[in-house]
Design a protein around this ligand. Structure first.
Ligand code: QV4
Ligand code: CA
Length: 487
């Protein structure tokens, strides 16, 4: 007779990826501390992330950006660079440097979000309304602090009437369509010409400044809008990680933002040989199953993975929601789950962490004054306040993240990553095994005498259910009991 087993896993220790987890790895989850100030990230690494087994933090873009005042200081101004100087709403260069070093010291890696496809909007004007006060002239395409000027942009290559990307869907003219998506402006953002040596040198120089400061990798923004061969050339110039914290010869971990839900000429697979790629189908499909849309059942998740049309696991960066689709930007649509629906959100995140697919990323958000109005095609709502930036003072500076005595965050910071259910698996589950006391054979074993156990003891009730707790800090986040481990 086959022995009956019950195996449970908390996914913080799963999904090992070559670069991401090359060294001693407590866990493998990345947490996106969206819009957090550098000082608070340093404290969070020391006080919470390291002790709870998080592997890395994704930080908001550290480069200088345009200051947008209409609407007032939207989060998305950080996706409009003015230079590669390192002052931003999250803090000064010195604070950035200090944070990277303090996080590295406690074994939490820093991945920087880098915006290299474009500079600011063509309509951003002229002057010094930028986060380090650098001069720029968007109409003339002058960014002297890099420096970039008109010849470093793609205007000569783009052939659409508006100069913007007008059609992502033109599957009948593959080359022309791909050229438009890569060589024209994404929503009016000045599009850099990465074919040119000067641009490659400046972009790689920016990324190398961060590598030398101690970052361990990058989230590369808007990769669909850059040619894979140009990205390859840029990545090829990246330095190895700083040996103050990482083993000699370690390469930066790169994950590329490409939204591929199918049906467009540009495929995620064009980028996966260069590094990891965001898998946007993951959150969209998981959200739909947990909402029980289209007759989907939770039990269907037993086949979750590539057979659902997801890319190969070892190439994927996965998440339930991201900073765009939690507010209706980007892709994923109405099925995306966020902290606004906490019960289903916790189920989705717990499933993601427990399932061994992809490198997982948790979202850590701030609350904003959501204002949903009817109006999108398909009957879904649009949030008129989807632009609102992080909790801030009237002068626009970001408020610190206060931690309450119970471990939750104050001042509008949501801190999903601190939600109890997200860092600990704590569940009453049906094992289908006979009642009794069992020895967990992962954390220990039954002693020779029979009744002793060197690891955790798990008690299965008369109804077959047992209470399990696995903490993210545990070295092996698994529990396994079987008929032979009954005490
Ligand atoms: C508007 C009009 C344009 C017009 C332009 C100029 O829409 O048609 O040409 O004015 O007058 C902001 C505004 C947007 C405005 C644009 C330029 O929202 O309305 O265009 O600025 O002034 C973020 C936000 C964008 C924001 C952008 C820059 O989501 O709304 O644009 O930052 O501030 C695609 C891409 C994918 C992308 C996703 C959102 O393939 O790469 O859309 N995702 C990433 C980031 C995302 C970021 C960008 C890319 C751009 O995750 O946060 O966009 O860096 O799917
Ligand atoms: Ca481009």
């Amino acid at each position: 007779m086959k022995a009956r087993w019950c195996l449970l896993a908390l996914g913080l220790g799963l999904g090992v990826s070559h670069y991401h987890c090359r060294t001693r790895c407590g866990g493998t989850s990345i947490v996106h501390l969206f819009e957090w100030p550098w000082r608070d990230i340093a404290e969070e690494c020391e006080n919470y992330l390291a002790p709870n087994g998080f592997a890395a933090v994704q930080i908001s873009p550290p480069s200088e950006n345009v200051v947008v005042t209409q609407p007032w200081r939207p989060w998305w101004e950080r996706y409009q660079p003015i230079s590669y100087k390192l002052c931003s709403r999250s803090g000064t260069e010195q604070e950035l440097r200090d944070m990277i070093s303090r996080c590295n010291k406690v074994g939490v890696k820093i991945y920087a979000d880098v915006v290299i496809n474009h500079m600011c909007s063509a309509s951003a004007g002229e002057g010094r309304r930028s986060t380090c006060g650098s001069y720029f002239n968007a109409r003339e395409e002058e960014f002297p602090s890099v420096p970039y000027s008109a010849s470093h942009f793609n205007d000569d290559k783009c052939t659409t009437a508006s100069g913007n990307i007008e059609n992502y869907q033109d599957i009948y003219q593959l080359t022309a369509s791909a050229a438009q998506v890569r060589d024209c402006r994404l929503v009016g953002l000045l599009d850099l010409a990465h074919r040119k040596e000067h641009v490659r040198e400046r972009v790689a120089g920016y990324m190398n400044t961060l590598v030398d400061m101690g970052v361990a990798g990058f989230r590369v923004d808007a990769c669909k809008h850059m040619w894979p061969e140009d990205l390859k050339a840029i990545y090829g110039r990246l330095h190895n990680l700083n040996t103050e914290w990482f083993p000699e010869g370690s390469k930066p971990f790169v994950y590329q933002e490409v939204i591929d839900l199918g049906g467009e000429p540009i495929k995620a697979s064009e980028y996966s040989r260069l590094g990891h790629v965001t898998e946007f189908k993951y959150g969209a499909k998981l959200g739909s199953v947990i909402r029980r849309w289209n007759g989907d059942k939770l039990a269907d998740l037993k086949t979750w993975g590539e057979s659902w049309g997801l890319m190969p696991s070892d190439q994927a960066l996965v998440f339930v929601d991201n900073h765009d689709n939690q507010r209706g930007h980007g892709a994923g649509g109405a099925s995306i789950l966020t902290f606004w629906e906490p019960r289903m959100y916790k189920m989705a995140v717990a499933f993601m962490l427990a399932h061994p697919y992809g490198v997982t990323r948790l979202m850590s958000s701030y609350r904003w004054d959501r204002s949903l109005v009817e109006g999108r095609v398909g009957g879904s709502c649009q949030d008129q306040n989807d632009w609102m930036g992080p909790p801030s003072y009237p002068d626009g500076s970001t408020k610190p993240v206060p931690i309450n005595p119970d471990g939750s965050c104050g001042e509008g910071w949501v801190c999903e990553h601190r939600w109890h259910q997200i860092s600990t698996l704590d569940a009453l589950l049906q094992t289908g095994m006979p009642a009794g006391s069992y020895c967990d054979v992962i954390s220990g074993q039954r002693t020779a005498a029979g009744m002793g156990c060197t690891g955790k003891r798990i008690t299965v009730g008369e109804d077959g259910r047992a209470h399990f707790t696995i903490k993210a800090t545990e070295q092996d986040p698994f529990v396994a009991i079987h008929a032979g481990s009954k005490l």
